[in-house]
Design a protein around this ligand. Structure first.
Ligand code: PLP
Length: 431
């Protein structure tokens, strides 16, 4: 069987694994070990010199994580992946794998708040400038680029605006200038395939839909293997000049025999080795259980959210519903260009006529939906961003980021749609 022709739904169950070579176990075992016995000193020396790939220490690699990584790469259409302790670790490593003090990145303004803080404040502390541009105008990425620009960064389906990012438009601009596009696909796994539209790297907070059960924090980076790091050597010194921490290895050269995986291998053996945001084997196992049913769950999340969006759009207390499937014009064109099968994901927002007080009354009246700062759980979730996640912003900045006082964010889960709607309807009566 040609495994490269399998569909993502099949790869989510079979990627990277057949059975445990030691026991025949079909489920991937949790290799809860810190370290691995070397066969002899030559074997140990080869592993450390990367002449041979194999297990050394669980901060850097682990067999349970390895299956999860292979499976994620297969599902996403990439060449290799790295799993780490959180989505924040994944985005941090993506940037630090390319940029040093004095460099810059160009990023979409539509970002998760944690990523915004990382880029605006922590990267600044490290001497890396984040240039924020409005993704409504893809050419803004080109205008912000100079010879110190190391990557473009964006989220596929950023909340609260939920306007799908112009992936191909910006990836094409970047490829002409020699700049890779990194896409955070956390809100749209399975329904969007950024690598097929020209992105070079995809990252996830696997905490959300990939895990799906609200039990585990995790992050992943998938290398598309489709970017010419060597051909743009002047832009990527970290990948094209001798690395003093690895006997002077030049990553694009040293890794060539292993395939186009210089980006992800460097991330593992330098950044993860040195800064240590390692995923635990148990967490990799938990997240893998989620990945196995992700295709089914994304369909159900999307169908349920579409039903809620329709119902809310007819409700007299609701002035606006923010959902890709209800958008018109350019925003709808992008949603349909990048999201598969008319599935628009499980996130939606709506605005209540009576502002912040109504938003808070709605949240307090919910009986089935959970009031939490999370998305992508199997259970339906709700939050009032103006008084929580966005409360530190001025009202003007809140509105610019898409959060009006009466805005409520929903992450629609897998319950029966009638039950979700019944809870929302009774809470709206009290709002
Ligand atoms: N990216 C997006 C789009 C997110 O929603 C989140 C978390 O909410 C993150 C990244 C950060 O992920 P984590 O919470 O796993 O560190």
């Amino acid at each position: 069987m040609d495994k490269s022709k399998l569909h993502p739904d099949t790869l989510a169950l079979h990627g990277g694994w057949r059975a445990d070579p030691a026991t025949g176990a079909v489920a991937v075992p949790i290799y809860q070990t810190t370290s691995y016995q070397f066969k002899d000193t030559e074997h140990a020396a080869n592993l450390f010199a990367l002449k041979e790939l194999g297990n050394i220490y669980t901060r850097i690699m682990n067999p349970t994580q390895d299956v999860f990584e292979q499976r994620l790469a297969a599902v996403e259409g990439g060449v290799a992946a790295l799993t780490v302790a959180s989505g924040q670790a994944a985005s941090t490593y993506c940037i630090l794998n390319l940029a040093s003090a004095g460099d810059n990145i160009v990023t979409s303004t539509n970002l998760y708040g944690g990523t915004w803080n990382l880029f605006a404040n922590t990267l600044k502390q490290l001497g890396i400038e984040a240039r924020f541009v409005d993704p409504a105008d893809p050419e803004a990425f080109a205008r912000a680029t100079d010879d110190k620009t190391r990557c473009y960064y964006a989220e596929t389906l950023p909340n609260p605006k939920l306007e799908v990012f112009p992936i191909k438009e910006v990836a094409d601009i970047g490829r002409k200038l020699g700049v890779p596009l990194i896409v955070d696909n956390t809100a749209a796994p399975m329904i969007c395939r950024p690598l097929e539209s020209g992105a070079a790297v995809v990252m996830y907070s696997t905490t959300k839909y990939v895990g799906g059960h609200g039990t585990t924090i995790g992050g992943a980076v998938i290398d598309g293997g489709n970017f010419d790091w060597e051909g743009n050597a002047a832009r990527f010194p970290l990948l094209n000049t001798p690395d003093p921490s690895y006997h002077g290895a030049i990553w694009t050269q040293a890794v060539k025999p292993l395939g186009p995986i210089a980006f992800i291998l460097r991330m593992r053996v330098t950044l993860l080795r040195d800064t240590g945001a390692a995923a635990s084997p148990f967490n990799a196992f938990q997240l893998m259980q989620g990945l196995e049913t992700l295709p089914l769950r994304m369909r159900r999340h999307s169908e349920n959210a579409a039903a809620v969006a329709q119902a809310l759009s007819k409700h007299p207390k609701v002035t606006k519903v923010i959902y890709p499937g209800l958008m018109t014009g350019e925003a709808r064109r992008r949603a349909d260009a990048y999201l598969n099968d008319g599935l628009y994901g499980g996130l939606l927002g709506f605005e209540l006529k009576d502002g912040a007080g109504a938003g808070q009354r709605f949240i307090n009246a919910l009986e089935l939906l959970y009031h939490v700062a999370n998305i992508g759980d199997a259970r339906s979730l709700a939050i009032h961003p103006a008084s929580t996640t966005h409360s530190q912003l001025s009202e003007k900045d809140q509105v610019a980021s898409g959060v009006t006082p009466g805005y409520v964010r929903l992450s629609i889960g897998l319950e029966h749609p009638d039950d979700i709607l019944a809870d929302i309807t009774q809470a709206l009566e009290k709002a």
